[in-house]
Design a protein around this ligand. Sequence first.
Ligand SMILES: [Zn+2]
Length: 132
Amino acid sequence: MPQKDVYSKKITSEEEQKNFVLVLKDRLSFFPDEGETFKLIHNGQPRKAKIESYPCSCRGPDQPHSHYFVKSRGLRAGDRITIQRDVKGGGRYFFPVEPRLLPSPDRLANWLNRWFKSIYWAELARSAETSF
Ligand SMILES: [Zn+2]
């Protein structure tokens, strides 16, 4: 998928607390104009969204500028989010969130192993009981 059709970033604690995803200025053109509503399909649920901004002075009082964002709830710092533009048009955007704690194959194998062992021992204990 070409880079221009997705907007991806890691959620910071600021974004988690303020319930928004910051849109970097050089990627603003990926979204509709500020204030224009569009459909953001968040994990299959369509929602109305729009680009909003707030004035900021993080570069000093002599360099006032705006930060742009899309409101979104349930963000968690450290998650990587990807907003994907519907290439067929229609002004739709998809918002999949990749959970931070997606189990790695190793962790999954470990977990299954423990689970099978616990069943195995439970079975052993039961057969020991019934053999008396
Ligand atoms: Zn700033």
